[in-house]
Ligand binder design. Structure first.
Ligand code: 13P
Ligand code: SF4
Length: 638
């Protein structure tokens, strides 16, 4: 269910009234007495811990309610992940009212951001499966719309809003009515227009529910073990969507999702809220000081560039922060940056991107070249879904089925993977691909051997294979929990690792439908890390460089909904003002780890480099580098 900002603000308005009466009443005695009424203060709301922001429109409404003279400028988007210390919003206005509103605005923002943050951790935990995270009605009384909005900002989906908008026949209804089928018949007779979901406690009840005609809209599996859920999924055979429910935690949700259920509802999202730690500091002159600090950091970067001259090259990926990209010597997608890294003679390559990208540069580095990364903790969720041990184990299992996997399969790793996996491909006659050359690479791989083992991104693998005319039933997703079924795997032309990017997986076909309804004639373009059904609904798919090229070549007045990381989408908006460019999803996703590089940590690395010290150098051991380089060079030669 969609809650737009108007619905949100309408629901928040009476709560804000109550809160203002409860907290401020006739006036904030301390602020009124200590501050000059005419003093204008500036404040910054910052995250004190990493999390997902939700509720900025409500926070703004609180400040406005307390004093319309206060201005509120959000510095991040709704649903955006922030790092500790990041500025979330800036406020400015008469001192006494700014401080009177502070706590109330933060209370709303902290609670909603806490819900969004917890939801995101569940969404991320199931990102490699097809399961969708749902909320429940276990919301704070009267806060239903706010709580459920925050769930959506976290990437979850809303279950029913209230008792009147959907039929959910539960155990008590079944027992009270005298049977499951009877209860459904009575419900449907009185409310034929409402969707029906039924809760089942056993496989027998599931069989009864599956026999109901017309089919139910959804069946809820109550408190079942993963093994029973697996059986339930097999029994349902895709005829009715299944929802798992009951005591789901971040620790157990991945195993539940792996059973193949379509939805997982989690009461904890809204009943056990831990507020995200945010604070507001009045910075007065400090505001300028902070801006000054950033400018000084930019100055430090420029000064270091002057000192180091041709000895330094700064590479920046399209998903980097605006101010970082502005300082890069070269901006590109991962293929362009790999080529730039391989082509440069600079002694120091500072890679503003994520760790695997810097590893590629380090692997291709010439003797005496050094690769540095501003934040060594900036990893990639997708890359982390495949470990060398996991891939080796799958390869051994393929050996067991085919005698020798190496005769049958060319291993291909997406560049978003560790150097160890690239080395694995180098050793076993395989190669690397990026989203910019995946089709060319897959064609090459299938010329070498009859089949391909593709990791870690199942979506890029599937989308590319589909584009080449390979059929869905010729592809198998590797099951990490079970031995491969001989006949299924024997038929497979492409075996896909079950990895996915938690940013791109969030784009759904429904977003495409919504964009087309809102902007008739809009062209939808997405990154191939999106699900196949999203790519199928879009007008085109390609790497970040491809997306940029399409938009750059389009005439003024064209309209685009873009399904990729939001910093790039907003940059395109800015760079092509004559076109309408919007993010595809209603909660535009950001890559949190790409955002970990800041001007400040870039300046730190460059300052120390200018002083002759190497900080945060990325290295790849010689054995791994040798084979990874072979795999990469095979790709670069194509
Ligand atoms: P590109 O290869 O398009 O740069 O994408 C890299 C990436 O990480 C996408 O999520
Ligand atoms: Fe990795 Fe996804 Fe971020 Fe790209 S957007 S770096 S694939 S987590």
């Amino acid at each position: 269910m969609k809650c737009n900002h108007d619905t949100l603000l309408a629901a928040a308005a009476p709560l804000i009234e109550l809160a203002v009466a409860e907290d401020i009443g006739p006036g904030d005695a301390t602020s009124l007495s200590t501050l000059d009424a005419a003093v204008i203060l500036e404040g910054r709301i910052r995250a004190k811990e990493a999390g997902v922001i939700a509720g900025l429109p409500v926070a703004e409404a609180v400040f406005q309610r307390v004093d319309p003279a206060i201005t509120f400028s959000a510095r991040v988007a709704e649903g955006q992940e922030v790092v500790a210390g990041e500025v979330v919003a800036e406020v400015r206005g008469p001192g006494p009212s700014l401080l009177a509103a502070e706590r109330l605005a933060l209370n709303f923002l902290q609670r909603m951001s806490g819900i969004a943050t917890l939801t995101r951790s569940f969404v991320d935990a199931v990102a490699t499966t097809g399961a969708t995270i749902l909320d429940t009605r276990k919301t704070l009384p009267a806060y239903r719309v706010l709580d459920k909005y925050a769930v959506r900002m976290g990437g979850g989906m809303n279950h029913r809003m209230s008792l009147f908008d959907m039929l959910l026949v539960k155990d008590n209804h079944i027992d009270g009515a005298g049977g499951l089928t009877l209860a459904v018949e009575r419900a449907r007779a009185m409310y034929p227009e409402l969707p029906v979901e039924v809760e089942v406690r056993s496989l027998d009840e599931l069989r009864e529910a599956l026999a109901i005609v017309p089919p139910l809209d959804r069946i809820l599996l109550d408190n079942m073990t993963p093994d029973t859920m697996r059986e339930a999924v097999a029994l349902a055979g895709g005829r009715v969507p299944l929802e798992a429910s009951g005591g789901v935690s971040v620790e157990t949700v991945a195993a539940i999702a792996a059973t193949g259920v379509d939805f997982i509802s989690v009461g904890a999202l809204t009943h056990s809220v831990k507020a995200l730690d945010l604070s507001m500091k009045v910075e007065g002159n400090k505001g300028q000081e902070t801006r000054g600090k950033k400018q000084r950091a930019e100055g430090r970067v420029k000064a270091a560039k002057q000192v180091l001259g041709d000895r330094l090259v700064i590479l920046g990926h399209h998903y980097q922060r605006e101010e970082v990209v502005a300082l890069a010597d070269y901006r590109g997608d991962s293929l362009q940056l790999a080529r730039a890294a391989a082509g440069t003679d600079a002694e120091f390559i500072v890679f503003c991107g994520v760790h695997f990208m810097a590893e590629v540069a380090a692997t291709l580095a010439k003797p005496g070249q050094h690769v540095l990364i501003p934040d060594p903790g900036a990893g990639c969720y997708l890359a982390d879904t495949a470990t060398p041990e996991g891939v080796q184990a799958a390869w051994r299992a393929l050996d067991a089925v085919f005698g020798d996997a190496e005769v049958e399969f060319t291993p291909v790793t997406y560049v978003n993977s560790s150097a160890a996996l690239k080395a694995f491909c180098g050793k076993h006659g395989g190669t690397v691909c990026t989203s910019g050359n995946a089709e060319k690479v897959l064609r090459w791989a299938l010329l070498q051997r009859p089949r391909v083992f593709f990791f870690p991104d199942q979506h890029l693998g599937r989308n590319t294979a589909l584009q080449m005319g390979i059929k869905m039933d010729e592809m198998v997703v590797w099951d990490l929990h079970r031995k491969p079924e001989q006949d299924i795997i024997q038929r497979a032309k492409v075996v896909l690792w079950p990895g996915a990017c938690n940013v791109h997986q969030r784009f759904r076909p429904a977003h495409v439908t919504a964009a087309r309804a809102q902007y008739p004639g809009i062209r939808v373009i997405v990154h191939p890390e999106c699900k196949a059904e999203t790519v199928a609904a879009a007008d085109g798919a390609g790497s970040t460089a491809y997306i940029i090229k399409q938009i750059a070549a389009a005439p003024a007045g064209s309209q685009w909904a873009v399904g990729t990381e939001s910093r790039l989408v907003y940059r395109l908006q800015h760079e092509y003002p004559a076109q309408t460019i919007v993010p595809l999803a209603d909660v535009p996703p950001y890559c949190a780890t790409m955002g970990q590089t800041t001007v400040e940590n870039l300046a730190e690395v460059l300052d120390t480099l200018a002083r002759g010290e190497l900080r945060h150098e990325v290295t790849v051991d010689a054995g791994t580098a040798r084979w990874a380089k072979i795999a990469l060079e095979r790709m670069l030669a194509l």
